[in-house]
Ligand binder design. Structure first.
Ligand SMILES: C[S@@+](CC[C@H](N)C(=O)[O-])C[C@H]1O[C@@H](n2cnc3c(N)ncnc32)[C@H](O)[C@@H]1O
Ligand code: SF4
Length: 469
């Protein structure tokens, strides 16, 4: 009880002036990796990934695994969508894709020690429940035959309530899925109409109740703030409906407007709330969720106080990967399917983002790796610093000094100078032995990470990232 009260007080202290917002609302990465994906090299390919998988077995044959599978299909495109999707009204492409995916699973599993336990497994998309229950069952059994799952593995899936049937839900539960994440975004009719995603509260609620009755351990709901025609009041009404459902976690994403990548987003550009208007919507959401007892973890995540994300943040074991915040630090992440990303030891690898290229590689019996990176020592150090600040909201300099054999204030002297400016704006507090992110700093976490990102100092050809808020 005390905890939610403290958080509420923090939320009410979020005084942001237009000048402050202008200073910090810049294009910036979400730091699901460091270095970020635009820095990865096409010279990193299947051979490098194979070597990295084998090296990870040698260096730590007990290191757990996290598996991510990208199921990119959706029947219709939501105009705001920034995900890697393949739109197919007819379902004919799914069968051949699943065959390709099985080949990739088989090939990667063959390079990983069977003794390595899968502690986390996730189907993301697109819309995994675009698949029929029988297809989901096949894919799941195929994977379980190739890997050993820990008895308490987190097994999660993203679903679109508009296409998810009772049979889907029952199948997922029978297979052992214990976490489910539902896309809602916003219930306001004009917003839904403008982004071409019509989704009633009633049908969403009945799917939610079905999942609750089925005892998923954790249910997450996705919302987006900053969509066209949203206002603080209209968004607050959607948030209230979500609070009434009582999900365990909420992802309240900042709408990422990237029309240079997703042309369809241009169609409603003039109706998108900007600057202080967008901030007021965010604020309406954060106030309502924290008042209802949710803890703001950072970026877009909220969780109920008993949730393990909150516990992990407090005891400083929280971690960040391509799926956002996670409690599974120390696992190697193997990604499967079009556009998916692997993080093995100190290397990143990404698969082809276009379905045709992915399939062509697999059918040519090659791992479909499109690009990747082997981290330098400096990358590893900065990844650790950024990760700790963004996950734990505190960084103890001594810990970094001991782990990396350096003097923090000497190595990071330009960064510490820059942090003083952020301190003047109330985003961080600097003590001789630590850096602490304030309540205000929690909503500008990307900017705090950016201080330590050396790659942002290089000139860029064009826009790469969405705005930080
Ligand atoms: C793969 S989808 C979730 C499952 C399902 N496809 C659905 O939409 O219900 C992942 C989530 O990404 C978020 N998302 C998609 N495009 C976005 C954008 N441009 N900006 C911010 N969030 C976005 C949405 O909240 C969406 O629920
Ligand atoms: S259903 Fe989800 S993944 Fe598919 S287009 Fe809409 S937001 Fe994107």
């Amino acid at each position: 009880m005390k905890e939610s009260l403290d958080i509420r007080l923090q939320a009410e202290k979020l005084a942001v002036s237009p000048e402050l917002l202008q200073r910090y609302n810049l294009p910036g990465p979400r730091y699901t990796s460091y270095p970020t994906a635009p820095e990865w090299k096409e010279s990193y390919g299947p051979d490098e990934l194979s070597r990295s998988l084998e090296a990870s077995n040698r260096s730590d044959p007990q290191r757990p695994l996290s598996l991510y599978m990208h199921l990119p299909f959706c029947e219709r495109l939501c105009l705001f969508c920034g995900c890697n999707v393949v739109i197919r009204k007819d379902h004919e492409a799914a069968g051949p894709y699943l065959k390709d995916l099985q080949w990739e699973i088989d090939r990667v599993a063959g390079r990983l020690d069977r003794s390595r336990r899968v502690v986390q497994f996730h189907w993301g998309g697109g819309t995994p429940t675009y698949l029929s229950p029988a297809q989901m069952e096949d894919l799941f059994h195929f994977t379980r035959d190739k890997f050993d799952f820990a008895s308490d593995a987190e097994i999660g899936v993203e679903v679109d309530p508009r296409v998810t049937t009772e049979e889907h839900v029952r199948t997922l539960q029978r297979l052992g899925f214990n976490r489910i994440s539902m896309g809602i975004q916003d219930f306001t009719p004009i917003v839904q109409k403008t982004v071409r995603r019509i989704q009633s509260y009633e049908s969403t609620r009945s799917l939610f109740d079905l999942c609750r009755a089925g005892q998923f351990e954790s249910i997450n709901i996705d919302l987006i703030y900053g969509l066209p025609h949203q206002t603080p009041d209209s968004f607050a009404r959607s948030v209230d409906l979500v609070i009434d459902m009582h999900p365990d976690r909420v992802a309240m994403f900042s709408y990422a407007h990237v029309p240079w990548l997703k042309k369809q987003q241009g169609s409603f550009a003039r109706h998108i709330p900007q600057g202080m208007d967008k901030f007021a919507i965010f604020r309406a959401g954060i106030e309502r969720f924290t008042r209802a007892g949710y803890v703001y973890i950072g970026f877009d995540h909220f969780a109920l106080p008993g949730d393990e994300l909150c516990r992990a943040q407090k005891d400083r074991t929280l971690h960040r990967n391509f799926q956002g915040y996670t409690t599974k630090a120390g696992a190697d992440l193997a990604g499967f399917g079009v556009s998916s990303i692997s993080g093995i030891g100190n290397e990143y690898a990404q698969n082809y983002r276009a379905l045709e290229e992915y399939s062509a590689a697999v059918r040519g019996r090659r791992l479909p790796t499109m690009r990747g990176l082997s981290l330098t020592d400096d990358d590893v150090l900065r990844r650790e610093v950024i990760g700790r600040l963004l996950c734990h909201c505190v960084l103890h300099k001594k810990e970094i000094e001991t782990e990396f054999g350096l003097v923090f204030d000497d190595y990071f002297s330009p960064e510490v100078a820059r942090l003083r400016e952020l301190e003047n704006d109330g985003l961080v507090r600097l003590a001789p032995d630590r850096i602490v992110v304030t309540s205000l700093g929690r909503i500008f976490l990307r900017n705090i990470g950016m201080v330590f990102d050396v790659y942002l100092r290089k000139p860029k050809d064009g826009p790469l990232f969405s705005q930080t808020l």
